[in-house]
Design a binder for this molecule. Structure first.
Ligand code: ATR
Length: 291
């Protein structure tokens, strides 16, 4: 490129299959607009069998990077030239970017998004370092990593299928333990934090079998599901007088590091952005745990 020629606008994307439900374009376009950046951020639906070719085509297409959502996160992990610590620990990549050497970097910003959301809405939430994590799917691993990196010393993972919890726990050290649902009412008594990562409660359906009446008065309860914003467990926690944090802020904050990588400016998660996304969460058919 000639020295004085104008730089082409930066392009980024979110890809998934399907990707229609993604709010990422709304988030990133809000930041592009409010920061006055002439960049692009598009949703690109890519079938699983085409995903490796899609990733290989990015550099030649002049694309700076993007977000990766279900079902591509594990394949993105294997296709990245380099991965950051969070991606390695979580075993999945949700953010791709090219570095100055032209290498494709894979990161995972879910743990960051979780922590930033908790810090925003429940300062001091991490003073009691014992946590109860409900569920042992892909999302759970990001939460366990987040809690570990924040210095939690007891992270108890409860799952319907104990084997799956045991497999998850295997990726971590002895601070993380696997448990049956039968143990949950006992485990909740000394937890400073209860995190729901199960799909129970998504779209307002499914009650989690857990007696929040046994929780400490200082316990904080959060859900990574944000449709509905107040999931059944959050409603029960509120009714029990416990502090609650909904999952929407995690979605907003996990987008920050990617935007900064691609567009060179660290954006803010503002109340206005939250309102914009909230007003889009009207249809109960919309998926609500992912980017
Ligand atoms: P994600 O990657 O978003 O975490 P997932 O891998 O499908 O999604 O995991 C869903 C989680 O919700 C799992 O912990 C699952 O428990 P199992 O591993 O036993 O399947 C949990 N879950 C889903 N439906 C459930 C139900 N009806 N009762 C209890 N747990 C349920």
């Amino acid at each position: 490129m000639a020295e004085n020629s104008p730089r082409a606008p930066v392009r980024a994307f979110v890809t998934g299959y399907p990707v229609r439900h993604s709010r990422s374009p709304m988030i990133h376009r809000y930041w592009l607009k409010t920061l006055g950046i002439a960049g692009f951020y598009d949703a690109i639906e890519v079938e699983p069998e085409r995903f490796p070719d899609f990733v290989k085509s990015l550099r030649a297409a002049g694309i700076s990077g993007g977000n990766v959502t279900i079902p591509h996160k594990e394949v993105a992990f294997s296709l990245a030239d380099i991965r950051n610590e969070a991606a390695e620990e979580i075993g999945a990549v949700n953010t791709l970017w090219f570095d100055e050497a032209g290498l494709l970097n894979g990161g995972n910003t879910d743990a960051y998004g979780f922590l930033a959301n908790m810090d925003d809405f429940a300062p001091g939430w991490d003073l009691n370092r014992t946590a109860l994590v409900l569920g042992a799917g892909g999302a759970s691993r990001a939460i366990v990593y987040a809690l570990k990196s924040r210095g939690f010393t007891e992270i108890r993972v409860v799952n319907r299928t104990l084997k799956r919890a045991a497999e998850l726990v295997d990726h971590f050290d002895s601070r993380v333990s696997a448990h049956n649902w039968e143990e949950v009412d006992e485990l909740v008594t000394d937890a400073g934090l209860v995190v729901n990562t199960t799909s129970l409660g998504m779209h307002g359906t499914g009650e989690i079998p857990l007696d929040l009446g046994k929780a400490a008065a200082s316990a904080v309860v959060t859900d990574i599901v944000y449709v509905p914003l107040e999931t059944p467990i959050l409603r029960r926690a509120r009714q029990s007088g416990l502090k609650t944090v909904d999952g929407l802020g995690m979605l907003l904050h996990q987008a920050v590091p990617g935007f900064e990588k691609w567009f060179g400016v660290r954006p803010d998660v503002t109340p206005e952005l939250r309102e914009i996304i909230l007003s889009d969460l009207v249809s109960p058919a919309q998926q609500g745990t992912d980017a």
